[in-house]
Design a protein around this ligand. Sequence first.
Ligand code: SF4
Length: 378
Amino acid sequence: MSGSYNTHSIYSASGAHRWMNCPPSAQLEKQFPNETSTFAEEGTAAHDLAEHKLKKALKMRSKKPTSPYHSDEMDEMTDLYVEYCLELIESSKENCSDLQILIEQKLDFSDYVPEGFGTGDLVVVGNGTLHVVDLKYGRGVIVSAEKNPQMMLYALGALSLFDMLYDIEKVSMAIVQPRVDNFSTWEITVEELLKWAEEELRPKALLASTGGGEFCAGDHCRFCRAKNQCRARAVKNLELLKYEFQDPALLADEEIAEIIGLADELAKWAGDIYTYATALAINEGREWDGFKLVEGRTRRKFTDETAVAETAKEAGYTDIFKQSLITITEMEKLMGKKKFNDILGNLVEKPKGKLTLVHETDKRQAVDPIHAEFQVED
Ligand code: SF4
């Protein structure tokens, strides 16, 4: 199972890509709660179902899990994962009399990373090869097995279980991400893996555990719990804005292309900050200098179209249908504002708008989020 779903160590395998690139993030993250998300819960449900199916296919005892996240798609995707695992097991069985198969195995790599452990979805050992398979149910980011530190950590954990019993020469890692049709594999010799562990992993893990090293922003910030308030990320992104413009008055195509690339990174960062600031303003009444909360714009709508049609007809208005009932604006134009209000006023509602943080010069009235009920984005 991917470490992000159930590990508690701050040096989790799933976070390895982040803390190896930015070692002090491990300590910085400690002050932020490890919030779960519907994606994480859905991932856990998929893993539980996949584990059950694989065990059943291998004639092992297992009770079918239940979850509100189960769906036809999850059923189909976990079938693909199980199919992949069974093929791997079958091919590993050839010429191997003592194949070891472990499902949802806790893997301890604390020899290299303090308190480090994760859970391997499937570990297979035989014929001098250690196989580690990880199911990824997410579809947001395509994950490669190549030089993937999470997989390498799982491999180190699995090696420490088996290297006294088996003569293992190479490790084969596989990421199965069926929702985006990604079946990524990568092989490394045990010798190379141990060299990486000593030369790269161990020093970075030491820095991470002591809060040492340099903050370094990049793609890996995406899943960092400190990403909204991180100064290093802000500095790096603001640095992107210092674009060196060339002399001609108009931007060249290459410059536009370069700016689009920068804009994408900046938009992600700005979006994170905006979501964070809006959530604090709505949920805790936090005030940000120069900004206020207002109701989002909404459109009026009829509460009951049949009642509107009858009421308008009773009032002598017959020209009120196009192919369907005319719109509120058209009805108001037809009747005139006052009559519209008198006749249909109680059949019109204006839904509450989504709370939005806007610049203080915006013309709308500021609202108090604590004492009023408003629509809040999911
Ligand atoms: S947001 Fe990025 S730069 Fe900041 S601590 Fe996290 S990983 Fe490091």
